[in-house]
Design a protein around this ligand. Structure first.
Ligand SMILES: C[S@@+](CC[C@H](N)C(=O)[O-])C[C@H]1O[C@@H](n2cnc3c(N)ncnc32)[C@H](O)[C@@H]1O
Length: 408
C-alpha cells in the first residue's frame, strides 16, 4: 500500500519522474509535462509502493489470465508520455482511449481541459469498475467510462480528434478510421511481424499513413480484434527455454528446428558495427520487412548461460526460418574494451549457412543504405487496388492491408 500521507515525498518523486521523462525524450512538450505535474500517479495504483509508482518504466499489472499472461495494466509512465506526445492533444479536443486504467484518461482529461471530452472504453468489466472508481475519487468524473469492445470504437461520442489505443493490436479496426475526425490522429501500438511499434496515423486520402513511431510493448488486444502470434517451442527444460515467435500461419516443423538447434552453429558476420548501447530497433524492423521468413528467437537467460544459444532475449531477437533450418541475430565485440559490436548471425540445420548468410546480407543493406532512414507505415482498407500501394512489405490482416516502406 503506498503512503498517501506523505504528499511531499510524492511531489519530489513526481518532479524527478518528469525530469527523467524529459531526459529520455518521452516528454517533449509543456502540455504533456503539465499533465504529469497535475495527476497524482499513486492515486491510481494505491496498492503499489510510492517509489515504484514514480519509476519511468514501471508498468503495474492489474489483471492476469490463468496462464499468467498480463491482461490489464497501468502503462509505464514513459510509454504514456510518448503516446501523449504522438497524439498532440490540444485543449477542447474530443479523445477516445481504447483500454482503460484511469490514469492515462486523467492525463488526457488534463490536456483537453473542461472544453474537451474524454471517453475511455475497456472490454473488461473489472477494469471499468476500477477505472470508474478511481476517476471519481480523484475528481475526473467528466471522463466517460464505457464497457465495450474497442473493435467497434464508441460511436455515441464520435467523431474523435484523437483515438489512442492502449492494447497491442495486430490490425486497425474500420471503426477507428470511421470515427476519426477528418484531420484526426490515431495512435496505436501495432504489431508487424512480431515487432510492436506505437504509430501515429493520420488520413492520407482513403488510407492512413504513419511516419512517427516508437518501440513499445503492450498487453494483447482481446475481443473481436484478438490475433495472437504463435510460440514454437524448440527447447524447454530446467529453465532453459528457446522458442520462435511467428506472426503468420506458415507451416513450420518445430521438432526439426529443435533438433537443428542442438547441432553446432555456422556463423556469418556482416561487417556492420554499432557502438555499445546504441538501439537497433530500425535494423530489426528492416529485417522483419525485408525477409519473408522472419521470426523472433525468444530465450531465457539460462538458455544463453548454458551455451545452447548465444543471445538472451525474452522478447526475441531477429531470426529467419528456412525449411528445417533457422538463423538468428547475434553480435561480437570488436575490441577487448567492448565499446563496439559487429552484428552477424548464427545458423542451425542443413541450410543454416544459407539462412545465416541471408540475415547478414540484409544487415549489410541496412548498414549501407538505410541507417538514417525511417520506415513509413500505410494502412489500406481491404479492396484498395494494389496499384495504389507504394513499394514495400505488405502485411495482410483481417481489416487492412499494411504496407511498410523505406523511402530513400
Ligand atoms: C495496458 S491496459 C490500459 C492502460 C491504461 N490506458 C492506462 O491508464 O495506463 C490495456 C487494456 O486494454 C483492454 N483491452 C484489451 N482488449 C480490448 C478491447 N478489444 N477493447 C477494449 N479494451 C481492451 C484490457 O482489458 C486492458 O485493461
Amino acid at each position: 500500500m503506498n503512503d498517501v500521507a506523505h504528499p511531499a515525498d510524492a511531489e519530489t518523486l513526481r518532479q524527478a519522474l518528469i525530469a527523467k521523462l524529459r531526459e529520455l525524450g518521452a516528454i517533449r512538450t509543456e502540455p504533456v509535462a503539465a499533465a504529469f505535474a497535475t495527476v497524482w500517479r499513486h492515486e491510481f495504483v494505491p496498492e503499489v509502493p510510492l517509489e515504484q509508482v514514480y519509476e519511468p518504466e514501471n508498468a503495474q499489472v492489474t489483471k492476469r489470465d490463468q496462464d499468467g499472461v498480463a491482461l490489464s495494466s497501468i502503462s509505464a509512465a514513459r510509454i504514456q508520455a510518448l503516446m501523449l506526445e504522438q497524439a498532440d492533444i490540444r485543449p477542447g479536443m474530443r479523445v477516445l482511449e481504447i483500454g482503460s486504467g484511469g490514469l492515462n484518461a486523467a492525463l488526457i482529461a488534463e490536456m483537453v481541459g473542461h472544453d474537451g471530452a474524454v471517453t475511455s472504453i475497456d472490454i473488461d468489466a473489472d477494469v471499468i469498475d476500477r477505472a470508474e472508481r478511481l476517476l471519481q475519487a480523484t475528481g475526473y468524473r467528466r471522463v466517460n467510462v464505457v464497457l465495450a469492445d474497442g473493435e467497434n470504437g464508441e460511436p455515441n461520442h464520435a467523431p474523435y480528434d484523437r483515438i489512442i489505443v492502449t492494447a497491442g493490436a495486430a490490425d486497425l479496426a474500420p471503426a477507428w478510421q470511421n470515427q476519426l475526425a477528418e484531420d484526426g490522429r490515431l495512435v496505436v501500438p501495432l504489431r508487424v511481424q512480431g515487432l510492436t511499434r506505437s504509430i501515429g496515423f493520420e488520413r492520407e486520402g482513403r488510407h492512413l499513413i504513419g511516419r512517427d513511431y516508437h518501440t513499445c510493448g503492450f498487453v494483447p488486444m482481446q475481443g473481436t480484434g484478438e490475433c495472437r502470434e504463435r510460440l514454437l517451442v524448440l527447447h524447454d527444460g530446467e529453465g532453459v527455454q528457446v522458442g520462435l515467435r511467428v506472426d503468420d500461419d506458415r507451416q513450420i516443423d518445430a521438432q526439426r528446428l529443435g533438433a537443428a538447434l542442438r547441432e553446432p552453429a555456422s556463423e556469418a558476420w556482416s561487417g556492420m558495427t554499432l557502438e555499445k548501447g546504441m538501439p537497433y530497433d530500425d535494423l530489426d524492423l528492416w529485417l522483419a520487412t525485408s525477409l519473408p521468413t522472419f521470426a523472433l528467437l525468444a530465450t531465457t537467460r539460462r538458455a544463453r548461460d548454458s551455451g545452447l544459444v548465444a543471445s538472451w532475449s525474452p522478447m526475441g531477437v531477429a531470426a529467419i526460418i528456412e525449411g528445417d533450418s533457422f538463423a538468428y541475430l547475434t553480435y561480437r565485440a570488436t575490441s577487448p574494451e567492448r565499446t563496439a559490436f559487429e552484428f552477424g548471425a548464427l545458423g542451425h540445420g542443413p541450410d543454416g549457412v544459407k539462412a545465416a548468410d541471408r540475415l547478414a546480407e540484409q544487415m549489410r543493406v541496412w548498414n549501407s543504405d538505410l541507417r538514417d532512414i525511417r520506415a513509413v507505415f500505410r494502412a489500406f482498407p481491404l479492396g484498395t487496388p494494389e496499384d495504389q500501394f507504394p513499394e514495400g512489405k505488405v502485411v495482410n490482416r483481417r481489416n487492412f492491408r499494411h504496407v511498410i516502406s523505406w523511402p530513400h
